[in-house]
Design a protein around this ligand. Structure first.
Ligand SMILES: NC(=O)c1ccc[n+]([C@@H]2O[C@H](COP(=O)([O-])OP(=O)(O)OC[C@H]3O[C@@H](n4cnc5c(N)ncnc54)[C@H](OP(=O)(O)O)[C@@H]3O)[C@@H](O)[C@H]2O)c1
Length: 338
C-alpha cells in the first residue's frame, strides 16, 4: 500500500488507516463483537503490506475496551501498527466531561500504555480541550510524555456538531475550525503539532477551507475522521431502516428517513464513478479523501473484516480530474445539527 507521512517527525503509515471506534462505541452491536473485531484489526494490518497501519482509538471508546482489544493484537504485532490514541474525555453516568489537567493526562497515558500492551504510543491526541484548563498547560504535560519516551508525537482533535455545518458558497467557515486554528497556533508555541484529526468526507468537506490548508502549509498530518459519512456514503444503508438507540445515527440529523432519502444523490454520484473504476462507493469516498493532499490519512471505522479489506483497497483507486469535478458538483448534504 502507498505510504503517507505524519508530521515533521515523518512517521510513516499506510495511506488508509482503521478507525476502531465502531468496535466498542457509538454504533449498535459494538459491544458484542469479541473475536470478530480482532479479525478485523488483523485484516487491516495485513492489508497495508510493508507499511504500518494507523489504528485510531481512544481511552473513552468503551470506555477502555477498545484499547484493551487493540492491546491483544499489539502484543503480537506491534511492528505492523501505528498506534494513535486519545486522552482528555471522561465517560460519566450521564455526561462526557473534558479533563485536561496535567496530572490527569499523565495518568491517562500510563493507563493507555498498559491497556494497549505497548511501551510507546505513536500519536497521542488531545480528544477535546478542557475549557477550564489553558490548553498550553495540557499540551505541556503531553510534551513531557514525549520527552519521557512514552509518546512519539502529539495531535489534536477538532470535532463537534459545528464541524458538520456547511457554509453558504463563498462564505468563510464559521466556528469550530477557526477556533481550532487559533488553538493550534497556541499549542505550537509549546510543542510541535504532528497531526490534526477532524471530520472530512464527501458530505462534510468543511475542513478543506481552513484546517486542511493550515496543516499542509506546516507539514502537519491530517487524520480524516468519519470519512464514510458514518456509513451513509457506502450506499449500504436504506432510508427509513432505523437505528438502535445506542447507535449515534439514531440521533443524527442526516439519518432520519427524510434526510437519508434527500441525500441519495450523493450515493448515486459516488456509485456512478465507482462503476467506472470497478470499485465500490465506499472506496470512491475514501479515494476522494486521499486525493485532498499527501498529508491526509483517512481512518474509516469498521467492525467487519470485509469492510476493513475493502476500505484498504481504496488506496489503489486513482480518481481522475473528471471524477473529482463530478464529486465537487454533487449537491451539498442536507441535515444539520443547528
Ligand atoms: N476525534 C474524534 O472525536 C472522532 C470522532 C468520530 C470518529 N473518530 C474516528 O474516526 C473513525 C471513523 O469514524 P466513524 O467510524 O464514526 O465513521 P465512518 O468511518 O464514516 O463510518 C463507519 C461506518 O461505516 C460502516 N462501513 C465501513 N466501511 C464500510 C464499507 N466498505 N461498506 C459499508 N459500510 C462500511 C461501518 O460499519 P460496521 O461498523 O458495521 O463495520 C460503520 O458503521 C472512528 O473509528 C474514530 O477512530 C474520531
Amino acid at each position: 500500500m502507498e505510504r503517507r507521512t505524519i508530521g515533521a517527525a515523518a512517521l510513516e503509515v499506510g495511506a488508509v488507516g482503521l478507525g476502531c471506534m465502531p468496535m466498542s462505541w457509538a454504533y449498535s452491536g459494538s459491544r458484542q463483537r469479541g473475536d470478530a473485531s480482532l479479525r478485523t484489526v488483523h485484516a487491516a494490518l495485513d492489508a497495508s503490506g510493508q507499511a504500518a497501519t494507523l489504528l485510531d482509538t481512544a481511552d473513552m471508546y468503551g470506555p477502555f475496551t477498545n484499547e484493551l482489544l487493540l492491546g491483544r493484537v499489539l502484543k503480537e504485532r506491534r511492528a505492523d501498527a501505528f498506534v494513535s490514541t486519545k486522552c482528555g474525555l471522561l465517560v460519566g453516568d450521564q455526561h462526557i466531561v473534558a479533563n485536561g489537567r496535567p496530572g490527569y493526562v499523565k495518568r491517562a497515558c500510563d493507563a493507555s500504555l498498559r491497556r494497549l500492551q505497548t511501551e510507546t504510543i505513536d500519536l497521542y491526541q488531545l480528544h477535546r480541550a478542557d475549557p477550564e484548563v489553558p490548553v498550553e498547560e495540557t499540551w505541556g504535560a503531553m510534551a513531557e510524555l514525549v520527552a519521557a519516551g512514552k509518546v512519539r508525537a502529539l495531535g489534536l482533535c477538532a470535532m463537534g456538531a459545528r464541524a458538520r455545518r456547511r457554509p453558504a458558497p463563498g462564505r468563510p467557515v464559521p466556528g469550530l475550525h477557526e477556533a481550532t486554528v487559533r488553538q493550534l497556533e497556541r499549542v505550537q508555541q509549546v510543542f510541535p503539532v504532528s497531526a490534526v484529526q477532524a471530520e472530512l468526507s464527501v458530505w462534510s468537506p468543511e475542513a478543506l477551507d481552513a484546517l486542511l490548508p493550515w496543516c499542509a502549509a506546516r507539514g502537519i498530518g491530517f487524520l480524516a475522521a468519519m470519512p464514510l459519512g458514518n456509513g451513509f456514503l457506502t450506499g449500504t444503508l436504506t432510508p427509513g431502516q432505523g437505528f438502535e438507540p445506542d447507535d449515534l445515527r439514531a440521533r443524527h440529523p442526516r439519518f432520519t428517513a427524510e434526510m437519508m432519502a434527500a441525500n441519495q444523490p450523493l450515493v448515486v454520484g459516488l456509485r456512478k464513478i465507482a462503476e467506472r473504476h470497478g470499485a465500490t462507493p465506499a472506496q470512491v469516498a475514501l479515494a476522494w479523501v486521499l486525493a485532498q493532499g499527501r498529508h491526509v490519512v483517512p481512518v474509516p471505522g469498521a467492525k467487519r473484516e470485509r469492510w476493513a479489506v475493502e476500505n484498504a483497497g481504496a488506496a489503489s483507486v486513482r480518481l481522475t480530474a473528471q471524477d473529482l469535478r463530478e464529486i465537487a458538483a454533487l449537491p451539498a448534504a442536507l441535515g444539520s445539527w443547528d
